[in-house]
Design a protein around this ligand. Structure first.
Ligand SMILES: [Zn+2]
Ligand SMILES: [Zn+2]
Length: 237
């Protein structure tokens, strides 16, 4: 299936330390790929070589539009504790347009199923976190049913990460399980490219293949519904 929606919520720039392009280059690529709303979500400081708090604090002075693309400037937080501890202070999170929180093995050692699940549920309960990034890493055993219920209850979106399926342990299998449970629980999701280069902005072929395989309803994919998606960004306001 080709790209037929206009939102990509998850991309990285040189500010992450391991991605290749600037905000403006990513915006230009989005514009060329038909993306009209682009999330720029660089990693919080616990990720080696990423930017510190001062970088994120100063995003407030950056233009929210480039090449006809609306920019949502925010962060992909690293979850650093099993009680949902994260690596940017609330006073800065409050200023972000979009906040993703994700588990990364170089920022938090995988715990027990209960600990990992608790970490994600606590992030759902955090009023400043909009999206749980790639809850599909096989290194972290999870109780997906509990996470989906927490996401639904708190108005937090679970991400179907297009990039995960290329390299994260058991990601495809875990994403499939997540989609099946989200379908059963009527819980919306968001697809993110997690692009680290201009060539990958808006890419969604792995995600869409899985969506088709599961028969996941379009009404629950918020990339198609900008107004509804933006209501989720109001979670903390
Ligand atoms: Zn990530
Ligand atoms: Zn990412």
């Amino acid at each position: 299936m080709e790209l037929d929606y206009i939102i990509d919520t998850h991309t990285h720039t040189i500010a992450s330390g391991h991605a290749s392009n600037t905000i403006l280059e990513m915006a230009k690529a989005a514009s060329e790929n038909g993306i009209k709303i682009l999330g720029i979500t660089d990693h919080g400081k616990t990720m080696p070589d990423s930017s510190g708090d001062v970088y994120f604090m100063n995003l407030k002075s950056v233009d929210r539009e480039a090449y006809g693309v609306e920019l949502l400037l925010g962060v992909e937080l690293n979850i650093i504790g099993y009680n949902g501890e994260i690596d940017l202070p609330i006073r800065i999170l409050k200023e972000m347009d979009i906040v993703i929180a994700s588990l990364h093995t170089n920022c938090l050692t995988p715990g027990t199923k209960e600990e990992n699940t608790n970490a994600l549920i606590k992030c759902c309960e955090n009023p400043f976190i909009h999206i749980i990034g790639h809850p599909d890493d096989g290194n972290y055993e999870l109780d997906m049913r509990r996470i989906v219920k927490a996401a639904k209850e708190t108005g937090t979106l679970l991400e179907l990460n297009n990039n995960s399926m290329l390299f994260r342990k058991n990601a495809r299998e875990n994403d499939k399980k997540m989609l099946i449970i989200c379908k059963e629980e009527n819980c919306p999701i968001i697809i993110g490219s997690d692009a680290h280069t201009v060539g990958k902005v808006g890419q969604n072929s792995n995600a869409m293949e899985l969506v088709e395989e599961v028969g996941f309803p379009k009404e629950l994919i918020l990339n198609y519904y900008p107004d509804k998606f933006k209501e989720y960004l109001e979670k903390n306001r």
